[in-house]
Design a binder for this molecule. Structure first.
Ligand code: AHG
Ligand code: MN
Ligand code: MN
Length: 334
């Protein structure tokens, strides 16, 4: 039997897709791969050691932090700082960005990394899939100087790479460098990711919609109309409703089976809940690379110029046709 390719082999093989590549991006992806394995190790034994539950503190968004949020954040940040392969990091769990090039004067690296270290926190204690999301940009400011806020506030279209890790029934790492989307499954016995889902694409037709319908009364009218459309008995409808409550897991299922994820504005989150830099941009990059679409209801997510690190936006992502229909309904009714 032919042995599938490992993630490490794949990353090296694809290095030539970047003209003048120095291997820096490959090292960076390798370090994310390592951090993912360590986080996976903790997530897997979460019920056995004292890492379930809340820390009793809040994060940069005044949201309750779970112990695993804090741990995953630390693990990813330490792994990137120790290996010195990025010049800066911004994390959903940190108020400000971290300047590695400001700490270590000889840092000559050109990439900044943005992470949602643990996505789907509310699922940790109930043994439901969670994830990690990452996004990589080339810095704008000169190499060798401390990174600046501008290095992080780039439109998603500038992303060099993005991906997620899903800690599910199996653990997978899915990523893109702008040449399609590839998925790798961890063989836990050996500790190696193998290429299991080459060139991932949304199926032509989506039949799943994923939204927290508890917030229904506050949704824009266009979104309410779209939900009703999904529920109508006509043609191949009603569609199936599936909502896990961790973007990574909902997106992953919809990518494989065909569907759309929606997080509109609500009473509690008038600008939407999801963060443009740590969640929406990387997922939008993956979606487009897989033949799908991502929108805030009116604009292409990847073209939004971020104003601040922790900016939130309404988010609609998945099969192109479904996102188009949501945009049309918002345009007609709102
Ligand atoms: P995080 O755990 O990183 O804060 O993200 C949670 C996000 C997203 O992953 C998920 O789809 C959504 O919040 C769920 O929100 P509701 O509980 O409001 O549905
Ligand atoms: Mn998240
Ligand atoms: Mn998170």
């Amino acid at each position: 039997m032919e042995q599938p390719k490992t993630l490490g082999e794949f990353v090296i093989e694809k290095q030539h897709e970047f003209p003048y590549s120095t291997g820096e991006l490959s090292s960076l992806l390798n370090s994310i791969r390592l951090a993912a394995k360590i986080v996976n190790h903790y997530v897997n034994k979460a019920g056995l050691v004292d890492i379930l539950g809340s820390t009793g503190t809040n994060n940069a968004h005044a949201e309750e932090q779970q112990k695993l949020d804090v741990l995953a954040n630390k693990l990813f940040i330490n792994s990137l700082i120790n290996r010195e392969i990025a010049c800066g990091i911004a994390s959903e769990e940190e108020e400000d960005f971290i300047s590695i090039s400001g700490m270590k004067k000889d840092n000559q690296n050109k990439y900044v990394v943005l992470i949602d270290p643990l996505d789907g926190s509310s699922n940790i204690d109930v043994n439901v899939s969670v994830g990690t999301i990452f996004s990589i940009y080339r810095r704008i400011s000169p190499v060798g100087t401390p990174v600046t806020l501008e290095d992080f506030l780039q439109p998603g279209i500038n992303q060099v790479a993005a991906g997620y890790i899903i800690y599910g029934t199996s653990t997978m790492l899915v990523y893109t460098t702008g040449h399609g989307v590839n998925g790798f499954t961890l063989n836990p016995a050996i500790g190696t990711f193998y290429l299991s889902h080459p060139n991932m694409k949304f199926p032509d037709k989506g039949k799943i919609y994923s939204i927290n319908e508890g917030n229904y009364v506050h949704f824009p009218l266009g979104v309410k109309k779209f939900i009703k459309y999904c529920q109508e008995e006509e043609d191949d409808r009603p569609y199936t409703s599936r909502y896990i409550g961790s973007l990574v897991s909902d997106f992953h299922r919809n990518l494989i089976k065909g569907g759309v994820y929606l997080y509109p504005q609500t009473a509690k989150h008038p600008n939407g809940k999801l963060r443009l830099l740590y969640e929406c941009n990387p997922m939008a990059f993956l979606a487009e690379q897989a033949g799908g679409k991502a929108s805030d209801g009116k604009r292409r997510i990847l073209e939004i110029k971020p104003q601040k690190l922790h900016q939130r936006v309404p988010f609609y992502v998945g099969n192109k046709e479904m996102v188009n229909l949501i945009e049309q309904m918002i345009q007609i009714y709102d």
